[in-house]
Design a binder for this molecule. Structure first.
Ligand SMILES: O=c1ccn([C@@H]2O[C@H](COP(=O)(O)OP(=O)(O)O)[C@@H](O)[C@H]2O)c(=O)[nH]1
Ligand SMILES: O=C(O)[C@@H](COP(=O)(O)O)O[C@H]1O[C@H](CO)[C@@H](O)[C@H](O)[C@H]1O
Length: 334
């Protein structure tokens, strides 16, 4: 479905890109995509930390709708990211292959967070097309998977696809139909628009729902923690160019909404990811390192000034491109 009208006031290059590279998940049916699959092997990878409440329904829906003889999806891989709950057991019972993040990265520099779990998922999966999904999605539909795969299976010039959606936010019973994506709107979108304006057309640049060709995904670093999406967008723009990127309307996305304090820590990691790319791309010429510590204040009647100061390490690092670690001839070497 083409956009109803061109984006007004933005860079004409971005408006033209958005008009041509914005699609809707309803444009493709599983049957059509299975017919277009040819020799592709398709993996769905879910980084999951303490997602026992939702992982079973997500894996089950994908298994029911998209796997089996002649199915679209060949592999559902859940990366257990140091869960302390029943995520791994429930995921396996629902039909996923489960790997532990720390097993996949054993022997490498220890790293933390979602970005490291995603890198482990890319390393442990076997598809030449890889779909990433968050594992905290509510009311999940396998249309998320078919929508993300649509451009990749029907247009060889597309290397990477981002999902977008309306993001309702419900806090203490108050529902805001588009209140979600707080870090996107307050931190990531301003950063990307001001320093990487060619990415301004992405409606959900932090979307955890995305898909790409292994040959491309294995040629970018994966920043640890929550900096992964920001750095990946910047690195893919540099590696393959805007024309090879696309976005697909997945409708509405509901997920677990974290506290503003948690999103403050997330924002700090996104700022650090952006800083590393600003320096790498020559925007800043300094060897000085930014800080790694974030102090936040929570209400505490017994604390100084009625608050407790909480300081956390929000530092990020990154896994190198997977292809740089693989032996010649191994699958995925770019
Ligand atoms: O150390 C981590 C943190 C998060 N996640 C997963 O990454 C996805 C997105 O994380 P989260 O829901 O915390 O982020 P949000 O969507 O709230 O921004 C979820 O599937 C998490 O289980 C992970 O695998 N390891
Ligand atoms: O988009 C956002 O602002 C944040 C928080 O979303 P909400 O405000 O809780 O809906 O969620 C995204 O950002 C994370 C960091 O990039 C991603 O890992 C998540 O997949 C994505 O949901």
């Amino acid at each position: 479905m083409e956009q109803r009208r061109e984006m007004q006031g933005t860079d004409p290059v971005v408006a033209d890109w958005a008009a041509r590279r914005t699609r809707h998940a309803a444009a493709w049916t599983p049957t059509e995509l299975t017919a277009a699959k040819a020799d592709h092997v398709i993996s769905v990878v879910l980084p999951a930390r303490d997602e026992e409440a939702t992982i079973g329904a997500i894996v089950g829906a994908i298994g029911r709708d998209l796997t089996g003889p002649g199915g679209l999806v060949d592999e559902i891989l859940v990366v257990d990211s140091r869960s302390t709950d029943a995520t791994a057991r429930i995921a396996a019972a629902a039909g996923a292959r489960v790997v532990r993040q720390d097993e996949v990265t054993r022997g490498l520099t220890p790293m933390d967070g979602k970005g490291d779990a995603m890198w482990a998922g890319l390393a442990a999966s076997r598809g030449d097309l890889v779909v990433f999904l968050d594992a905290d999605l509510r009311a999940f539909s396998s249309r998320f998977v078919t929508g993300l795969l649509g451009p990749l299976l029907t247009d060889p010039s597309v290397a990477f696809v981002k999902g977008f959606y309306h993001r309702p936010l419900t806090i203490e019973g108050h529902a805001d139909p588009d209140g979600g994506g707080r870090v996107t709107e307050l931190v990531a979108r301003p950063l990307l628009n001001l320093f990487w304006p060619r990415l301004a057309g992405f409606i959900q640049p932090l979307s955890g729902e995305c898909a790409g060709r292994r040959e491309v995904l294995s040629r970018v670093p994966f920043v640890s923690g929550y900096g992964v999406e920001t750095a990946m967008m910047i690195d893919l723009l540099e590696l393959v160019g805007l024309e090879a990127l696309a976005q697909v309307d997945l409708g509405e996305r509901r997920h677990r909404n974290q506290s503003n304090q948690a999103l403050g820590r997330m924002s700090a990691q996104i700022v650090l990811a952006a800083w590393s790319r600003l320096r790498r791309q020559g925007w800043v010429s300094t060897d000085a390192e930014p800080g790694r510590l974030l102090t936040q204040f929570v209400r505490d009647a017994d604390g100084p000034a009625g608050r407790e100061a909480q300081t956390v390490d929000v530092g990020v690092t990154e896994r190198p491109p997977l292809a740089s670690l693989l032996l010649p001839g191994a699958p995925g070497r770019g």
